[in-house]
Design a protein around this ligand. Structure first.
Ligand SMILES: *Cc1c(COP(=O)(O)O)cnc(C)c1O
Length: 436
């Protein structure tokens, strides 16, 4: 049976999470399908940041490290975030960027693997992992004389050999939204004595995650995507308690010291996850991130991550169904797995090479630009130009905190109009910008 606008409105009317939209400042006339890249601002953020600047900093100045509890903000936010990723209290800190946190945990993991002997010389990851993850691993491999081995998803298990030190994966793929089975892969790696580092950039706040349940070793993730912490928000880092007190992370700054205000000349790491801090923390940014986390705390009474996941899957299922019903015949395909267990919170479409203007390119970039001009904001991720297995992608992220079912209907209706009118072929939509 085909779905109608009335059906979508009925779904919104029954949605127990609908009130959460009110926590966000969504601009009028925008359907925002890019919360997987930069989340929407929580309404509370502007006032919170203003209060930090004018009162805590402006009036109370340095006293605020104590009186406003600035000092332990990374740990407090880590504790607030922990339930979203299956971590316990005192296991997470919010700090630094995802790239920097990856450097820390990958180094620590390599140190632990070295205890096993010199035979473990490889880091295994996925070829289509987010580039910064691969670049950080490449840098560490150069520094330590190791080898970075990149494989396709179906080759991961076969790559888990006894010379591998660390398996480094991103749980939900940034291009396709494909999700790994964290528990099964971690178990397979551990069976070969391999440590697992999981990047949760597209998972935290998007899908329920159980790091402790999976017995993962290290994890990092992003604060400005589904957690809505603001542009460049501090990221997070989790280390399993069995490893947290082993080794120093390589950026052994004074905030990770056991007694930073003792000002001793030698480094003594703080117990537990606090040693994963480096230098003085960005209090204004952390305060904005807190507003993003507060919305998840508010969502607890409405069913929390489980309810958010149910709605997220309903939104992406609806999007896929409507695209197939209403946009057929325009060269679109589906890059995201249909099976719920294999999908994050995005739905990505492909377009064939040669389907663009005058048979050039795929036209996917121009279609995304035409949608943005209509207020439907998704993004474009480049493929390999028809040379391999990756097609150009039209990427749409679905944040159940602030999106409804009618939004999905309207987004697909705009896509249908853009395709049927050929509006995407206009020259202005075919010019590339620096940030896509
Ligand atoms: C978004 C993203 C990052 C971002 O890293 P930054 O240090 O914040 O620039 C890293 N890894 C993955 C998998 C991502 O999706």
């Amino acid at each position: 049976m085909t779905t109608t606008l009335q059906d979508c409105r009925a779904l919104d009317a029954q949605d127990p999470l609908a009130p959460l939209r009110d926590h966000f400042s969504l601009p009028a006339g925008v359907i925002y399908l890019d919360g997987n890249s930069l989340g929407v601002a929580p309404k509370a953020a502007a006032a919170r940041v203003a209060d930090v600047v004018t009162r805590e900093w402006g009036t109370d100045l340095i006293k605020s490290w104590n009186t406003a509890s600035w000092f332990d903000l990374p740990q407090r936010l880590g504790n607030q975030l922990a339930p979203l990723i299956g971590a316990g209290p005192h296991e997470v800190v919010c700090t630094d960027s995802t790239s920097i946190n990856l450097y820390k945990v990958l180094s620590a993991a390599l140190n632990i693997a070295r205890e096993d002997g010199p035979a473990r010389k490889r880091i295994v990851s996925e070829r289509s992992n987010f580039p910064t993850d691969l670049y950080i691993a490449e840098g560490l491999c150069k520094e330590r004389g190791l080898e970075l081995v990149l494989v396709e998803p179906e080759e991961i298990t076969a790559a888990l050999t006894s010379d591998v030190a660390v398996l480094m994966l991103t749980h939900v793929n940034y291009r396709t939204g494909a999700m790994h089975d964290m528990a099964a892969i971690t178990a397979a790696a551990h069976a070969q004595g391999i440590l697992c580092v999981w990047d949760l950039a597209h998972s935290a706040g998007a899908v329920p995650v159980d790091l402790n349940g999976a017995g993962a070793d290290f994890s990092i993730g992003c604060g400005y995507k589904y957690l809505n912490g603001g542009p460049g928000a501090p990221a997070f880092v989790w280390v399993h308690p069995r490893h947290a007190n082993r080794f120093w992370q390589p950026l052994s700054g004074w905030w990770g010291h056991a007694a930073p205000f003792a000002f001793t000349p030698d480094y003594k790491p703080a117990p537990g996850i606090t040693r994963y801090l480096c230098g003085t923390q960005p209090i204004i940014s952390l305060s904005a991130l807190q507003c993003g986390l507060d919305v998840f705390t508010a969502a607890e009474s409405l069913g929390g991550m489980a309810a958010l996941r149910t709605k997220s899957l309903a939104l992406t299922d609806l999007f896929i169904k409507l695209v197939e019903e209403r946009c057929a015949g325009h060269g679109l395909g589906l890059a995201t797995p249909r099976a719920h267990a294999q999908r994050g919170s995005q739905a990505c479409l492909t377009r064939d090479e040669g389907a663009g203007v005058n048979g050039q390119g795929s036209g996917a970039y121009a279609i995304v630009q035409a949608l943005i001009a209509r207020g439907v904001i998704g993004d474009f991720r480049k493929g390999d130009g028809g040379t391999g297995r990756h097609k150009d992608i039209l990427r749409f992220g679905f944040t159940p905190l602030y999106l409804g079912f009618e939004d999905v209907w309207n987004a697909v209706e705009h896509l249908r109009q853009v395709l049927e009118s050929g509006e995407w072929q206009k020259p202005e939509f075919n010019q590339t910008h620096a940030v896509t």
